[in-house]
Design a protein around this ligand. Structure first.
Ligand code: 4GS
Length: 247
């Protein structure tokens, strides 16, 4: 997977991504990320400006259509075939694991990061295929959202996580939150690791973990729990993890 991140702050994005697991995946050629500076496409030779006032007035500046358009076109024409262009914005569909899995199917992705108050609507209409929000809050720029998308998508690319199993057992892969986990020592601050995890009985351990994942999801994320139960009617029938009167 090749990510092309269009931004006014390329060094921020590159620094954040060339670390830890993603750095190793890049060294191994499983993913690549390049940051393209939108400012390089300004027509303002004198000041290098890419923003301007908004028609209709009001506070704040807007990124102009032309440098954003030319930047996208430059990247698109460097590719074998046109890539999906994703704009990071609070107005997009809210990012989740299934959107990450959908994006992981692409070979190339162009991620467009806004700054200031936003981007001229006309270039969004013309050049953007998809808008994604990482959540209902307002940031100063789209760089962190782009990095989040790169991270979540990359770990779904085969080989990026050392252990092939981990991508599947983590939270959300099956629609449930993760069960609690413990490492050494067996007792810490008087708190003991649950006996069943020391039993060596793998079937029992699996059943315990699944039950804890259900408990946790029901308590902390009733929205996810309801969706999971709708997709797994057999568990509902067994009446697992439901308080009295719920089934
Ligand atoms: C988000 C978000 C965001 C909106 C960028 C105001 C600067 C800012 N982008 N998910 N202009 N939440 N973008 O807050 O994606």
């Amino acid at each position: 997977m090749h990510f092309h991140i269009l931004t006014l702050f390329p060094e921020m994005v590159l620094q954040g991504l060339h670390t830890s697991i993603l750095a190793r995946a890049m060294e191994r050629g499983l993913i690549s990320a390049d940051a393209v500076n939108i400012r390089d496409y300004t027509m303002d030779r004198r000041h290098g400006r890419v923003d301007d006032y908004t028609y209709g007035g009001g506070a704040g500046m807007l990124m102009q259509a032309q440098p954003v358009y030319d930047c996208i076109e430059a990247v698109q024409s460097s590719l074998q075939k046109r890539a999906r262009v994703v704009f990071l914005t609070p107005q997009g569909r809210v990012f989740n694991q299934s959107i990450a899995a959908e994006l992981a199917q692409e070979e190339e992705l162009i991620l467009l990061c806004g700054h200031y108050e936003g981007i001229d609507e006309r270039v969004l209409e013309e050049s953007v295929d998809d808008s994604i929000s990482i959540g209902d809050y307002v940031l100063t720029g789209g760089e962190l959202p782009a990095m989040i998308v790169v991270d979540a998508v990359s770990r779904l690319i085969p080989g990026v996580l050392g252990n092939g199993a981990s991508a599947e057992t983590d939270s959300f892969q099956d629609g449930l939150l993760e069960y609690p986990q413990y490492s050494r020592p067996e007792v810490w601050h008087g708190r003991k690791v649950p006996d069943i995890l020391l039993s060596g009985d793998h079937a029992k351990v699996d059943a315990w973990r699944h039950s804890k994942a259900l408990d946790r999801t029901r308590e902390r994320r009733p929205d996810l729990f309801q969706a999971y139960m709708q997709n797994h009617p057999e568990e509902k029938a067994a009446g697992k993890n439901l308080p009295d009167g719920c089934n």
